[in-house]
Design a protein around this ligand. Structure first.
Ligand code: NAD
Length: 487
């Protein structure tokens, strides 16, 4: 059977590359090639810049209300095609249908809708200076680039295109080479909604195409989602042309469970924050610090619910709630971390092995895994694994657990479970993380800014402030009086 070959999406349409180079895409749940994608060669790259320049001229000249209307139409189309798009995400990522069907498309559409609404609300200032005065304009940056990770491919494409386009920029987006398809579908939807050609282009490929985006002197800003190590390379490369950067990177986030917490709720949060999307979520609370007084209760319930309630299998089956990891390489990497955890002395409470569920025997599954008897210096407690591997640690002193929670170079997210309202806020204010939850974990509405402290990132996505990151302020001084000059 022949599989489809997808081209790059440039200037409002598909465009064939000249090198003929393609890459294959496998379904992580079946290990089968499902389609091929053309790599963005030099010809495509030049065409992307040319079309983005042309698109920017048209788009930036439109009024914010006009731009908003087109984006809102795209939102309607995204929601109408929810199931078609969700299925693409399931086949590309291996995540369960029951998640993609209600989260991936909707959280992407929400953010475009939010920024479409904000676009006309962005205004400048005016101030008198004697008889003279000045005013400011919020102008778009020009051509921006987005580089995406593979865990929430469509959501990431929406989270980057929403504010970029609402502010009047053109965007060249490179999805992860592991999940290239949904960004093309988004491009088709934007085109159908009336977005002028060239305003949203999709280029395909791996690191080399990403590097080209970071180096191109025609691109004003890079918004990147991916690993800390890649983020550092992107920032270094973007510095060569002094591009603005937004960095959404990895984490190793702590969840603190105090002895007055609702333990069942805390177990729910810990499971969501480690096993949802089979553990491939940047904000995951992979370090769970449990107060010694509720430790036994916590791990007893955690073990029971993990072993009884998690259903791995064919991700398209609506009953399945635990999918396959993105690739064989990633499965091997996660398994290596599990071996290191055992070798360094942690105890497996449950899991710790690869899985071959009957309905998806060739998929890249790793069992939901919980380590206990962990210490802060273990590799599994220090490094991001990006798989379903939770480390549980014990504490008995508030100040000490805050110090331990903060003892890391990353600071993406953090959570606290306690019934004591004063302690909840006191503790969360001391945690060095950009995205925090009290008696909750993982929710992220479009209005809420998200991003990391320390090496977890630069800048924010979502929320009002993000629009500012896609504009630049022009100050215009208007002389109403005669110029005073010594010359
Ligand atoms: P990755 O860093 O390997 O790749 C991310 C993207 O960068 C891909 O599109 C890749 O092709 C591209 N790339 C690779 N090398 C590049 C280079 N030198 N220059 C430019 N682009 C390059 O990350 P991944 O494995 O795709 O994603 C998993 C990581 O993403 C995890 O660390 C996770 O925590 C992080 N993540 C963060 C957030 C967030 O919002 N903070 C969200 C999702 C994922």
């Amino acid at each position: 059977m022949t599989t489809p070959v997808y081209q790059n999406f440039i200037n409002g349409q598909f465009l064939a590359n000249q090198s003929g180079e393609t890459f294959a895409l496998k379904n992580p749940a079946t290990d089968e090639v499902i389609y091929h994608v053309e790599v963005a060669d030099g010809f495509i790259q030049n065409a992307a810049i040319k079309s983005a320049k042309q698109g920017f001229v048209i788009w930036s000249a439109m009024t914010p209300i006009e731009r908003s209307r087109i984006l809102l139409k795209a939102v309607t189309l995204l929601r109408a095609r929810n199931d078609e798009l969700a299925k693409i995400e399931v086949l590309d990522t291996g995540k369960p249908w029951q998640e993609a069907e209600c989260v991936d498309v909707q959280t992407g559409a929400d953010v475009i809708e939010y920024f479409a609404g904000l676009a006309p609300a962005q205004v400048g200032q005016q101030q008198m200076a004697g008889e003279d005065f000045y005013y400011t304009r919020k102008e778009p940056l020009g051509i921006c680039a987005g580089i995406g990770a593979w865990n929430y491919p469509l959501q990431i494409a929406c989270w980057k295109s929403g504010p970029a386009l609402a502010a009047g920029n053109a965007l060249i987006f490179k999805p992860s080479e592991e999940t290239p398809l949904s960004a093309i579908k988004l491009a088709e939807i934007f085109t159908e909604a009336g977005l002028p050609a060239g305003v949203f282009n999709v280029v395909q490929g791996a690191a080399a195409v990403g590097q080209w985006l970071t180096q191109s002197p025609d691109i004003e800003k890079i918004s990147f989602t991916g690993e800390v190590g890649t983020g550092k390379k992107v920032v270094a490369s973007a510095a060569s042309s002094l591009k603005a950067v937004t960095m959404e990177l990895g984490g190793k986030s702590p969840l603190l469970v105090f002895d007055d917490a609702d333990v069942s709720q805390a177990v729910s949060a810990a499971m969501l924050g480690n096993f949802y999307t089979q553990g491939e979520i940047c904000t995951n609370c992979t370090r769970i610090y449990v107060h010694k007084n509720v430790y036994q209760q916590f791990i007893d319930e955690l073990k029971t619910r993990t072993e009884q309630n998690i259903i791995p299998g064919d991700p398209l089956d609506p009953k399945v709630n635990f999918g396959a990891l993105i690739s064989k390489n990633h499965q091997d990497l996660v398994m290596r971390y599990i071996e290191i955890g055992i070798a360094e002395g942690a105890t497996l409470l449950t899991g710790g092995k690869a899985l071959n569920p009957a309905s998806a025997p060739n998929g890249y599954f790793v069992a939901p895994t919980v380590f206990i008897d962990c210490s802060d210096d273990m590799t599994i407690v220090k490094e991001e694994i990006f798989g379903p591997v939770m480390s549980v640690l014990v504490f008995d002193d508030e100040d000490d657990v805050i110090r331990r929670a903060n003892d890391t170079h990353v600071g993406l997210a953090a959570g606290v479970f306690t019934q004591d309202i004063k302690r909840a806020h006191r503790v969360i204010h001391q945690l060095q993380a950009g995205i925090c939850w009290i008696n909750s974990y993982g929710n992220s509405p479009a209005e809420m800014p998200v991003g990391g402290y320390k090496q977890s990132g630069i800048g924010r996505e979502n929320g009002i402030e993000t629009l500012d990151h896609y504009t630049q302020t022009k100050s215009i001084y208007v002389g109403m009086s005669n110029i005073e000059s010594p010359f």
